[in-house]
Design a protein around this ligand. Structure first.
Ligand code: ATP
Length: 238
């Protein structure tokens, strides 16, 4: 579970996220949506503990795994596909315990789950963007955390891969994990995510997906986006 209280996140004198309060309850499966620049990635980074709150606070309960947005730099790391999946053991293993045979078996099973068995020994630089995203999901499967934070996990991924990764998310949902996923595809959100947080710097609506994704709410989010694109600095308190 994650609770946030009056959370404000700034870059210099500008608030990217403003005064958001609420709770991602245990086992909830929430999409975070909103226009470009709405603060979705910033919020997820704060939930993960990567970005510090400028005001308010975040309470985390349980172990957290974070899939940041895929960057082209990720492929430059000198890792094999299995080593990337094994990075998911680090939180539980700590820095000092070596890898066990069980760790390797879990990593290989996760790679099989996402259809990458044939690439286990390949360097990640050999993977396509979609294959790399599958390997990063395998890392999360191995990590087996209580709370999963995923930032645009399906960007630049083909429809077969999306189906495979949505299936992994459905499985996590059935297993009672808390999931918070940044997405842009509203039909995907309506079909697969029971809860939605509609963000437009502040939380415009947060609850059952059908009640949040109304035409009025989406129009209001877009209206606010016009406002912050045309109006540079509005948060003087940071
Ligand atoms: N490192 C940074 N330094 C300064 N400003 C930033 C930084 N990262 C994000 N911002 C600004 O914060 C605001 C929110 O950005 P953020 O990436 O959280 O939005 P988003 O909703 O994830 O957008 P998108 O849908 O385009 O990915 C934007 O105005 C952005 O320009």
């Amino acid at each position: 579970m994650i609770e946030i209280h009056h959370l404000t996140l700034c870059y210099r004198d500008r608030a990217a996220v403003h005064a958001v309060s609420g709770r991602f309850v245990k086992g909830s499966h929430t999409a975070v949506v909103g226009p470009n620049g709405a603060g979705k990635s910033t919020l997820l980074a704060a939930l993960a503990g990567v970005k510090q709150a400028d005001e308010g606070h975040v309470h985390r309960h349980g172990r957290i795994a974070y899939l940041a947005q895929l960057s082209t730099l990720d492929k430059q790391f000198p890792l094999t596909v299995r080593e990337l999946a094994l990075a998911g053991t680090w939180q539980q293993r700590g820095a000092w315990r070596g890898l066990s045979k069980d760790d390797c078996l879990r990593a290989d099973a996760a790679l099989e789950r996402v259809g990458l068995s044939d690439f286990i020994k390949s360097p990640i630089s050999n993977l396509s963007g979609g294959q790399l995203q599958r390997a990063r999901f395998a890392r999360l499967i191995v990590e087996d955390a209580d709370v999963m934070l995923l930032d645009e996990p399906f960007a630049n991924v083909d429809s077969a891969t999306i189906e495979n990764l949505l299936d992994v998310q459905d499985h996590w949902h059935q297993a009672g994990k808390t999931q918070i996923t940044v997405l842009h595809d509203m039909s995907q959100v309506r079909a697969h995510y029971p809860q939605t947080l509609l963000l437009a710097q502040s939380a415009l609506a947060w609850g059952e997906t059908a009640e949040v994704l109304t035409t009025e709410n989406l129009q209001e989010a877009n209206r606010r986006a016009q406002h912050w694109r045309n109006d540079a600095t509005w948060c003087q308190e940071c």
